[in-house]
Write a protein that binds this ligand. Sequence first.
Ligand code: GRG
Length: 280
Amino acid sequence: MKYEDYFADYLKEIEKKLEELLPAQTQYPSSIHEAMRYTVFPGGKRFRPVLTLAACEAAGGRIREALIPAVSVELIHSYSLVHDDLPALDNDEMRRGKWTCHKRFGEAAAILAGDGLLNLAYEVLAEVTPASKAIRILAAISTASGTCGMIGGQVVDLETSKKDFNVPLLDYISSHKTGKLIAASAVCGGLAAEAAEASVRRLQKYGEFLGLAFQLVDDLHDGDGYLHLIEAKAVVDKVRDLIAKAKKEIRALGARAERLHRIADFLLEKTSKETHALDR
Ligand code: GRG
């Protein structure tokens, strides 16, 4: 079964919540709300919020308890893409088959739309109850997105010249730039379910292994990153090893973690597809 079909129920709830929480395009000042909505809809895979919902179920919670945190991580992800596409960073013109936010609305508007999405991510978390739960989720997301997380990874990536890249450094960059927010997505599901500390730690480890694997698969797709340093086969072996470790971490959560296993399997299937593409 395809990812979109297997997670159709999650995806429907995520779209509904995003639609509900993003200010209407007509809301004054409408230009920024238009740019924010342009960025979020239509979305990509919604990998991170799907992960949050699956982690919540794996920890014994109901998905409605994790919807706000799930949407919050997607908003952070969306802001990071808008800012990463800017001329000062990656200078990309296209994303998800359409103009990037700054190409469509101009640089100033894209900077502000990214800022708007980032702030909205935390604003919506204020609705989580009880407040003690909201604070733990907020701490997990903000730490993962900050300078010792996603932004830190991006900084090291920017500051490293091509000749200085090596595998340990790339592991740092990938596990921070990409892995931290993915790990936080899983952790937030556990926190939303008010899971025991041991389960939250398992979700964290699972998310870290999965997050690094996610970046490696992205590199296989783009022919970038690790592929400049090691053979494609070694990248694939590394992904397999990370996925095996991720799955092992959640074994103790039992049958409720079925969908977390499926997420890992989907990433593995994508790896096989990318490898076949490289072989051609
Ligand atoms: C905060 C200025 C600033 C930058 C943050 C992490 C980051 C830097 C930007 C994100 C851009 C990027 C290329 C990250 C690598 C992770 C990655 C593969 C992102 C694409 O995520 P997908 O595949 O995208 O989940 P969709 O389109 O499915 O949402």
